[in-house]
Design a protein around this ligand. Structure first.
Ligand code: MG
Length: 457
């Protein structure tokens, strides 16, 4: 049998192959053993048909070591993260394989305060898991399992509470197309949009256990909403992945914007409004944090506002931690992940939607016109197989082929040039390198990737 993949972003596997009830159960016991305090845990899942199996095994494990579990049923990742912090749970778990296809399932672990498990937490959790150092309790100490399907609505209330001028959005009556992939965003996202008086056109918001398309919010998977928007005039289209942390956007013509634009638009709005919003000025600095792979659009927008951008290794937690250190007002990742700290120190598609609608309302412009104000780049995201290849030698070879003094080594290698970059990272879980390259011209970015391809051989 294959083993599940255990990494910084949690545990994932193919259900029935590497993710079986016994493994899930052991993770439930291990997590519950690791979490201290009153062991009040909140659990939510996306809509995958396998979710019930995973949740039941997981909760069984949690109860066996004395956890008091509040089960939300279907709930997005940012919602579970938000509730963990807001309601002071001792931990939170999301059952979802995020953008991975439907045969996968997974869990993501949060700790008190709503931060993701870091390397140290994962190490200790795995130690308990591998050595079976479980703290089973006497039956008299068992806690009840609570069901609460209403709690997730608090997340929407919180997102709404940080909107500056709700009436201006409401008065626009935006016509919005929404594809939630029949997944975790299917309930709460329509709720948010209706609160904002949007004329909502839903494409896939039926949580029937199956996905109508691959849940990764990239152009190839989104033919249906693109077709719908070409036929039916809307102001904007929103697309969420299966656990609704990532957000992709379509303009009023149904053109899919690269997922890099989601954060760019959010940064653009928050920086332009920062000085007018007291609670932001009071609690956060006018700085931006994003990862090393994210588009240079972020730097260009920030420099327009004379604002500093801090870059971190790839990974939501890396960005979130740096945002806490810098007290940054906005941050996130180029994969459609907006982090707006008043709501969550994690990617949150609901905050992203709220910010983009505020931008549309405030600017009084169509989305395509706003995009014209942003710098234009071409980006290629790809990967190469490096099985049987010596990575050190490969990196030396690439260094010779891409002469620049600006090489960042915080996370793989990032080669920076005046108007372009190439970022190369070795995967922790597969024998591949991931390459992200960006330049203002198509030919230039293609050339950069060709250099890497030639070096890999
Ligand atoms: Mg996700």
């Amino acid at each position: 049998m294959n083993n599940p993949i255990i990494s910084v972003s949690g545990v994932r596997g193919i259900v029935g192959e590497s993710l079986t009830p016994d493994i899930v159960l052991k993770f439930g016991i291990s997590y519950g053993t690791y979490i201290k305090g009153d062991k009040k845990i909140v659990v939510g899942k996306d809509t995958r048909i396998t979710g019930d199996m995973v949740v039941n095994a997981l909760i069984s494990g949690l109860l066996s070591v004395g956890c008091e579990v509040t089960y939300l049923g279907i709930a997005p990742t940012p919602t579970v993260q938000f509730l963990t912090r807001k309601l002071n749970f001792d931990g939170g778990i999301v059952v979802s394989a995020s953008h991975n296809p439907i045969e996968w399932n997974a869990f993501k672990f949060y700790k008190k305060g709503g931060m993701l498990f870091d390397n140290n937490d994962n190490k200790k959790l795995l130690e308990i898991f591998n050595q079976k150092k479980y703290d089973f309790i006497d039956w008299r100490k068992y806690k009840k399992l609570n069901y609460d399907t209403k709690l997730p609505e608090l997340h929407i209330k919180e997102v709404l509470s940080f909107i500056q001028n709700i009436s201006s959005i409401k008065s626009k009556k935006f016509k919005v197309a929404l594809d939630s992939c029949n997944a975790a965003g299917s309930f709460l996202t329509p709720m948010l949009l209706k609160e904002l008086n949007c004329d909502l056109k839903t494409i896939y918001t039926s949580p029937n256990g199956y996905f109508p398309h691959n849940p990764e919010p990239i152009k190839n998977n989104l033919k249906d909403i693109i077709k719908f928007m070409k036929k039916n005039k809307c102001d904007v289209g929103f697309v969420q992945d299966s656990d609704a942390d990532r957000l992709a956007v379509l303009d009023e013509y149904g053109n899919f914007l690269s997922e890099e634009y989601t954060l760019a638009l959010a940064v653009y709005y928050i920086l332009s409004e920062y000085d007018n919003i007291n609670f932001l000025k009071k609690n956060y600095t006018k700085t931006v944090v994003t990862n090393l792979s994210t588009s240079k659009m972020i730097d260009d927008i920030a420099s327009k506002f004379k604002v500093k951008v801090y870059r971190t290794p790839v990974g939501e937690l890396n960005v979130a931690k740096e945002m806490i250190t810098r007290k940054s007002v906005i941050g996130g990742e180029g994969n459609g992940g907006v982090i707006f700290p008043p709501v969550n120190y994690g990617r949150d598609s609901f905050s992203g939607i709220a910010i983009i609608l505020q931008l549309l309302a405030k600017s009084n412009l169509k989305l395509s016109k706003i995009l014209n104000q942003l710098p234009k780049y071409y980006m290629i995201k790809t990967k190469f197989n490096i099985k049987n290849i010596d990575v050190k030698k490969l990196f030396e070879k690439i260094k010779k082929e891409l002469p620049t003094k600006r090489i960042n080594k915080d996370d793989g290698l990032k080669f920076e040039f005046d108007d372009s970059f190439v970022h190369i990272r070795v995967s922790n879980t597969e024998p591949i390198i991931r390459v992200v390259a960006e330049a203002p011209k198509k030919e230039k970015v293609k050339k950069l990737v060709e250099v890497i391809e030639k070096c890999v051989g």
